[in-house]
Design a protein around this ligand. Structure first.
Ligand SMILES: [Fe+2]
Length: 323
């Protein structure tokens, strides 16, 4: 089962947001290091990372279905997944059309919805990886950067969308649609309180993370962007702080997925995360079930300690069932 990728998914292509303050969101996305690109719709602002993965942002409007974020306020309105070929889009249309809307628009993008009411879209993948020079480190007994100073990084330029995190009432329930209908794969989980899914057998450790949120309901939690290395995580985070944006968590390193991270509060209804050195997996990867303790959130971090010395994790302890 894990070796299948029936719909030939490639990852998250685009997140469409609607927000209460577009000016703030535009300023944040620009400061984050994304590139503004021309949009045919003047009401929609488009930002692109290096590989072509995108964020769209427009003014939230309760009266319009396409501008009404899941969970209200500011947040995501649609998650666009990439697939490798048109045959996959047709297969998805047939699969999803059996019990829900599954409609192609004029651009050939398929639109549907998951079991939680999150709008989904599927398009031919447009992302193209840039090849970076490897970051070289001098380890004891293994020097790898000879007669060269280490690169400096004063701001981030994210390479790609890594993953999306969504807060829900019951993560174990929420993932069923993705496992059974789309063929996603569990990479790891915190009992049933947080489930890390990847959309393809080989590649990024997770593309979407469903977590039991502290606030009831379904809503955007955070969006992670992959940068080249720890230097860019730190350089990007320091740049954001210098511009007045507030840290949500970090810098630190996750135990699950191994990512070096720095999260910031954003005007998009949740946090944005710089991430580097995340696990890359194949069909050989063995998923684990981790105890949902606050300490599991990080191997190390700054600024998350509570007065009793434990760490403030993002996972609620409200549900503890097995899948
Ligand atoms: Fe994350």
């Amino acid at each position: 089962m894990a070796s299948e990728n029936r719909f030939r998914f490639t990852g998250v292509e685009c997140i469409k947001f609607a927000v209460e303050n577009v000016d703030d969101a535009v300023r944040f996305a620009t400061d984050w290091g994304l590139t503004p690109v021309a949009s045919v719709d003047p009401e929609v602002r488009i930002f692109r990372s290096v590989d072509g993965s995108e964020v769209h942002v427009a003014q939230a409007d309760e009266a319009r279905a396409d501008r009404r974020p899941v969970g209200g306020g500011s947040g995501m309105c649609e998650v666009v997944w990439g697939v490798e070929d048109r045959a996959s889009l047709l297969a998805l249309a047939e699969e999803l059309g059996s019990d829900r809307r599954a409609e192609f628009d004029a651009e050939g993008v398929l639109h549907s919805v998951d079991d939680l009411g999150i709008n989904l879209a599927f398009r031919l993948a447009q992302r193209r990886s840039a090849v970076y020079e490897a970051t070289r480190f001098n380890s004891p007994g293994r020097p790898d950067r000879i007669n060269r100073r280490a690169p400096r990084c004063e701001a981030a330029k994210p390479h790609e969308i890594s993953h999306l995190a969504i807060g829900v009432d019951d993560a174990g329930q929420a993932v069923q649609f993705y496992l059974k209908r789309l063929g996603f794969i569990v990479s790891d989980r915190y009992a049933n309180r947080g489930v890390f899914l990847r959309c393809s057998p080989s590649g990024n450790h997770h593309h979407v993370f469903f977590m039991n949120a502290k606030v009831p309901g379904t809503r955007f939690n955070h969006l992670a962007f992959k940068v080249r290395d720890i230097h860019e995580v730190i350089g990007g985070g320091q740049h954001l702080e210098s511009l007045g944006w507030k840290t949500f968590a970090g810098p630190g390193r996750h135990i699950i997925s191994s990512a070096c991270f720095w999260y910031f509060q954003s005007p998009f209804g949740g946090a944005w995360e710089y991430a580097a050195d995340e696990d890359v997996v194949t069909t050989e990867w063995e998923s684990q079930d981790f105890a949902a303790t606050s300490h599991i959130f990080t191997e190390w971090t700054f600024g998350l300690e509570k007065s009793d010395g434990t760490l403030k994790g993002p996972i609620s302890g409200s549900k503890d069932k097995t899948l």
